[in-house]
Design a protein around this ligand. Structure first.
Ligand code: DGP
Ligand code: NA
Ligand code: NA
Length: 226
């Protein structure tokens, strides 16, 4: 049982997916499962973290209250991860808490490189996030654009448009392919069209196995895309 061994650090779990895939719900359920049912030390984090100064600029942009060059906003999303990275690291290393994170640099690259102006600049998009703490697992909640749309349509925010979401999904699978090739960050694809309970069960199994691996192998925290 993962909870019986004493952790040298927390495991870093990232949930990714297109808009409306149910990520935020699943992050909440997973946190509850780890803390309440398994008695583990765990916290939830999310990106963008709209509570910081940079996060506030991102929030204005997403709500179309400001316009920014595509590269400028990309760098702000990345800066938002870097400014929160010390807290993320300290949660994992000093706090020995598992971190369940709603989006990360994968969203950063997938959303920006889905834009026409950056479609040929995947490597540039990745470069500013190189060296951030690397997740121990990426759980990708997979939903087709059609299935996402059936969930009551998209909201009002900037990226919630059909064609863009379609390209974002393609970018995610590109990122999955290169991570898998490099063998550093394992990806797990979960069919997000299943019921909330089914999705939760699959995620819990993946996360418990990941935690066990991190603890038993005393896996050091990796650096993203290095
Ligand atoms: P959320 O708060 O999880 O609903 O995310 C807000 C929107 O921002 C969503 O459409 C996904 C997008 N997004 C999240 N992270 C990034 C990022 O790093 N870069 C870009 N360009 N978009 C992002
Ligand atoms: Na959203
Ligand atoms: Na969300």
């Amino acid at each position: 049982r993962p909870s019986s061994a004493s952790p040298h650090r927390g495991a870093f779990i990232v949930l990714e997916g297109v808009d409306r895939c149910g990520k935020t719900t699943q992050v909440g359920l997973l946190l509850k499962h780890l803390v309440v049912q398994l008695g583990m030390a765990a916290v939830a984090m999310r990106f963008p973290d709209r509570t910081t100064l940079v996060g506030n600029l991102i929030n204005q942009y997403l709500q179309s209250k400001s316009e920014l060059d595509d590269r400028a906003i990309h760098l702000l999303f990345s800066a938002n991860r870097w400014e929160v990275a010390p807290t993320l690291k300290s949660n994992l290393l000093e706090g020995k808490q598992h971190v369940v994170c709603d989006r990360y640099a994968y969203s950063g690259v997938a959303f920006s490189s889905a834009k026409e102006s950056l479609q040929n600049d995947l490597e540039w998009c990745k470069s500013c996030d190189v060296g951030l703490p690397a997740p121990d697992a990426v759980i990708f909640l997979d939903l087709t654009q059609e299935q996402a749309e059936q969930r009551g349509g998209y909201g009002e925010e900037r990226y919630e448009k059909k064609e863009l979401q379609q390209r974002v999904r393609e970018r995610f699978s590109q990122l999955q392919a290169t991570d898998t090739q490099n063998g550093q960050v394992p990806w797990y694809v979960v069919n997000a069209a299943q019921s909330i309970e089914e999705v939760q069960k699959e995620i819990s199994t993946i996360v418990e196995q990941t935690i066990e691996k991190v603890i038993l192998e005393e896996k050091p925290l990796g650096l993203l895309w290095l």
